[in-house]
Design a protein around this ligand. Sequence first.
Ligand code: COA
Length: 379
Amino acid sequence: MSTDTKGKAGLEDVVATSSDICFIDGDRGVLSYCGYDIHDLAPSVSFEEVCYLLWHRRLPNRAELGDLQSQLAAARPVGEPMLRLMKSLPAVDGMDALRTLTSALAHYDAEAADTAPAAQYRKAVRLTAQLASLVATWGRLQAGGGPIAPDPALGHAANFLYMLTGNRPSPTAVRAFDTALVLHADHELNASTFAARVSAATLTDLYSAVVGAIGALKGPLHGGANADVMRLLLELGENAPMERVEEAIRQKLARKEKIPGFGHRVYHTEDPRATHLRKMSKELGAKSGQNSWYQMSERIEALVKADKKLNPNVDFYSASTYYALGIPIDLYTPIFAVSRISGWTAHVLEQYANNRLIRPRADYTGPTYPQRLVPLEQR
Ligand SMILES: CC(C)(COP(=O)(O)OP(=O)(O)OC[C@H]1O[C@@H](n2cnc3c(N)ncnc32)[C@H](O)[C@@H]1OP(=O)(O)O)[C@@H](O)C(=O)NCCC(=O)NCCS
């Protein structure tokens, strides 16, 4: 770690590790997974290909992809104990449910404590399959439906939508959702991935590292922002007159409130993921006959850019994209986890493979040393 980080708030620009997985150039708006530009990946590969890429640092051939798809399909069914636990939970926030359920998964995994690299890899595959099934089934139960068994013939994105709705999704919906999963899969040392790596560096188990990451992702400064964006749009109201939208955003900015879905620690230009999500939001909005959410989003983007010089991040247009796909708002951040589990596990496996405890220092700013210890009865 660099030595000039004393007191640097939020570890901004601090290089905390080296990694083969993800490269970002925040000035040029470049995001790449193992050297592949996100603009090339997003329109043309599946989430499963990205998982393979992140875990193996190369794209799979057809046979390797087929093997991974079979492994994911085999790991998708939700076990009876998990279903019972899910049904016993109160109607909590989706991320709180996912955190509890992911933690519980470890109790039913015979390899939970196995530290052999092959076992860690198998757990990464199982966690990726299970997180999608858990989120879809949770959403289904919250909507008052019964759980739907996965269909092994479907790919990851299609199966998620099927388990969530009970209906065969359209090719347009599958492609859009698959692209969203590809776009969210990894992002270098974002807060949740860093949390996962810090945990993994103590040589704790993969499940514990992932549960920590889920907790970090939930926050409104990280993955929680996508649900906040949709709540903001709904608060303004469908087909809200643009003057009303402008007035509300101006008031928020004047009150120094943060607008969810804007700003980024690393990008100083357009977040390349937002480029794709903006396009998807526009197309899906038009197709579903509900393009007012996209139009409002576009207006908000122009206002925040003009007033604050801030660009939309991955969360801004993912909100209206998921809304157009009919996904409940409570699942937006859990869906982020459904994708990011690929990146979290890739980073944790990388950490295990070349580990050293992550233990930085703090710049002490408390009372001077030494303080005289006053006995309790004299304080
Ligand atoms: C992403 C984020 C946490 C990055 O934080 P950061 O690098 O620590 O930047 P800061 O929070 O210090 O913001 C720097 C300045 O921009 C402003 N700013 C940042 N994001 C803003 C937003 N979304 N809306 C309005 N103002 C914002 C801050 O108020 C601050 O202004 P100031 O210097 O006048 O005090 C931050 O932009 C944010 O909170 N965004 C909203 C939540 C969000 O969308 N998160 C998802 C990230 S992918």
